[in-house]
Design a protein around this ligand. Structure first.
Ligand code: ATP
Ligand code: MG
Length: 703
């Protein structure tokens, strides 16, 4: 039975659930969790969620101490240390957050040794699915522990010590989580740079971190293409040298001819996969460079963990760079560990035996928290995927779902929108019956894309968790719980345990009840960032200066009459048209409702009469063409959905949109294109620079 109408009716009506959702006004559209999911969920109802949430806010120490019982601490906090100390008010002194300071633990011990002790030694930790559909492997918790110990010993033998920064620039291969956990085992701070970044971007990040060890691979396959990561690494290392950073060791995984180091099937004496033949000699500096497999071969597979302080740094990671120069976000050990584990458990409602898959690259925070740390902390079995959703066909995601019988699937709106563009058949030809829960993260998901994900990918059976969070927050902060929260397409719904979101007015006044404003957090939660690496002033200026006493996310949000939170986008991107403040999400969602539109981006441009007017970019679905008629229809769509004042001034065809390497739309570039300004600022985080030229070519005459 389709879900329609008033939320109360739906929430209390047990018969309304799990079926196709028609398209309509989204704020009043409520999708109840299917009873199949609620029945077995850790949190079974909104009432249960509310009770737990209230306790997490009124008694955070009691709430988290219950959860902490599940983790190993080598030393407890001294009696005189408080559980949490913090200051969010820059007028009262430096901003600081300390959680469980003085306690000693090790995250790799908690993720590996502890699970092996619990009897999960033979449980698969990761299935690895290569770029080539025939290329695969797997690793158990017992094996992973040994590999991590070996690699930790490799690092130790090279002289890496607690607190040293280790840069990692790798594709999505098993050696990547092994390398990060190897660092964590000895207390070294990993700084992972997404494998799609250029030599300059890698060098900038290594210099910022003063990392003297780099772990990389010879290269990676992306569809039919090879990317030679070692060559890029060499250029980056040379650039580090120019800035007086002496990179002492470069550890290289021999991945391209994977067969050479891969286990050979003993019965046939054949490698499991036949690779294309290619003549390629990896450039190698005999003094600085070392093959990963040669080092590992000689390393001991036992390595006692380094017991680090709860507040010792675990890793640093740069933000996506959607709004400007990326920030080197610093996370510490215990708070991040507990928060990653707890959000993973509840938000994906992960139960032993489930197969979970997050498509994010480990080079982003989503990959850190929800490919490596969160799943392993729960003893989960997950899939690591090297490839792309489009190779060898646009069905690849769903093929992988069927192959491993994936139960929880987590991806980004950008992937959903680009797959939507190719139509439903690529999805429908796959079975997908194993799917139970679908997740999304990274950008606001337009209701249109949400409904497609729900109705087509999930066959109207799987709750969608629209998880709002940031590199800075360490884990989900506003999100539904799949068995408990009736969702609304496009809303991230309610705060996770321990998180206290507040909406502020321009003047910094708290908005009670329904309203729209700046999204801030009033209290720390265990997994939030502690600083910007090497630049605490930037940390304070970026997040705590605008509204002293609060952590400012940089995003805007709206609270509706039912208390649901809707992320409206970055406040820097807000549109002010004829004195009306509009969010990008509002306009873009209206455009994407048109059947011809696959993706859209709205920016403001100066206008003589209105002050600012809307300039909109649209990418079309396969089979549609841009025309003045379509332009008229799209303008009408926005007028109808929002109001006459919002009718866009210009609609431009965008064969592609400028995106960060993590797949987010960079509206700051589009604002420049709208006004014909070619000073684009920092474009190093742009995934594909050629998009700019393409957009300039399609720019209408004198808009
Ligand atoms: P930078 O901070 O360098 O500009 P970035 O903000 O894109 O880059 P990330 O930390 O990767 O870097 O992204 C966090 C941001 O992504 C959030 O602040 C928000 O704008 C957006 N976001 C993430 N998840 C969601 C979601 N579920 N709904 C709406 N927006 C989201
Ligand atoms: Mg940000």
């Amino acid at each position: 039975m389709p879900v329609t109408g008033n939320p109360e009716a739906n929430m209390s009506n047990g018969t309304v659930e799990s079926n196709s959702v028609p398209e309509q006004e989204n704020e009043s559209q409520v999708v109840k969790p299917p009873s199949e999911i609620s029945k077995n969920a850790y949190v079974k109802s909104l009432d249960e969620y509310e009770a737990m949430y209230k306790r997490s806010i009124s008694d955070p120490e009691g709430f988290w101490k219950d959860i902490l019982a599940d983790f190993h601490f080598q030393e407890k906090q001294a009696d005189d240390k408080s559980f949490l100390t913090y200051n969010f008010d820059i007028n009262k002194g430096p901003v600081s957050i300390k959680w469980l300071e003085g306690a000693k633990t090790n995250i790799s011990y908690n993720l590996l040794d502890r699970n092996v002790q619990k009897g999960l030694g033979d449980t698969i930790a990761f299935y690895w699915e290569g770029n080539d559909p025939k290329d695969e492997s797997k690793i158990t918790y017992g094996e992973l522990l040994k590999e991590v110990c070996k690699f930790a010993n490799v690092l130790k033998n090279l002289g890496v010590k607690k607190g040293d920064r280790v840069a990692i620039y790798m594709p999505m291969i098993m050696e990547l989580p092994i390398a990060m956990l190897g660092c964590a085992r000895i207390g070294a701070i990993h700084s992972i740079v997404f494998g799609g970044f250029s030599a300059d971007s890698l060098a900038d990040r290594m210099i910022d971190a003063q990392a003297t060890v780099l772990i990389t691979s010879d290269g990676v396959w992306r569809g039919e293409k090879i990317i030679h990561l070692k060559e890029i690494s060499d250029k980056a290392i040379a650039k580090c040298g120019d800035s007086n950073l002496d990179v002492k060791h470069c550890i290289v995984v021999n991945h391209l001819p994977r067969l050479a180091v891969n286990k050979v099937d003993e019965s046939t004496n054949q490698s499991p996969v036949k690779r294309k033949q290619f003549d390629y000699l990896t450039p190698f500096d005999e003094t600085r460079d070392k093959w990963y497999h040669e080092l590992i071969e000689k390393a001991d597979d036992v390595c006692p963990p380094e017991w680090v302080d709860a507040e010792d740094p675990l890793f640093m990671l740069y933000t996506s760079g959607s709004t400007g120069k990326p920030k080197g976000v610093l996370h510490t050990t215990a708070g991040y560990m507990v928060y990653a584990a707890t959000t993973f458990k509840y938000v994906f409602d992960y139960h032993p035996g489930d197969i979970y898959w997050c498509t994010a690259d480990i080079g982003w925070i989503t990959g850190h928290t929800y490919v490596t740390y969160g799943p392993l902390a729960n003893g989960a079995t997950s899939v690591i995927f090297e490839g792309t959703p489009f190779y060898p066909t646009n069905s690849r995601f769903w093929d992988v779902v069927d192959k491993y019988k994936v139960n929880q699937f987590y991806t980004a709106p950008t992937a959903i929108r680009s797959l939507m563009k190719f139509g439903d058949n690529f999805v429908k030809q796959c079975n997908r019956s194993s799917l139970k829960i679908l997740g999304t993260v990274g950008e606001p998901i337009n209701p249109e894309a949400w409904l497609w994900y729900y109705n087509v990918v999930g066959d109207g059976r799987c709750p969608i968790v629209d998880t709002y969070w940031q590199t800075e927050t360490g884990g989900h902060v506003i999100t539904p719980l799949p068995g408990a929260t009736p969702s609304k397409p496009g809303s991230a719904t309610f705060p996770f345990f321990g998180v206290l979101p507040v909406l502020l007015t321009e003047e910094g006044k708290e908005i009670e009840g329904p309203g729209e404003g700046y999204l801030v957090f009033k209290k720390p939660w265990p997994g939030m960032m502690r600083s910007v690496y090497g630049d605490h002033d930037r940390f304070e200026a970026t997040y705590f200066k605008r509204f002293p006493g609060y952590y400012f996310t940089g995003d805007g949000a709206k609270r509706d009459k039912d208390g649901y939170i809707w992320i409206t986008g970055r406040v820097d991107d807000m549109l002010n048209v004829s004195g009306h403040l509009l969010s990008t999400a509002q306009v873009e969602s209206a455009l994407i409702e048109h059947k011809a539109v696959a993706e859209s981006a709205a920016v403001a441009m100066p206008h003589k009469v209105k002050g600012e007017a809307l300039y909109c970019f649209v990418t079309l679905r396969d089979g549609f063409e841009f025309s003045s008629q379509l332009e008229g229809e799209l303008k009408l769509k926005v007028r109808e959905k929002i109001g006459a004042f919002a009718a866009p001034e210009v609609i431009q065809l965008a064969p592609a949109l400028p995106k960060t390497r993590s797949g987010k739309i960079m509206r700051r570039i589009l604002r420049k294109i709208a006004v014909g300004d070619s000073n684009f600022g920092d474009t190093s985080t742009l995934a594909d620079e050629s998009v700019i030229d393409l957009l300039l070519q399609h720019r209408p005459e004198a808009p």
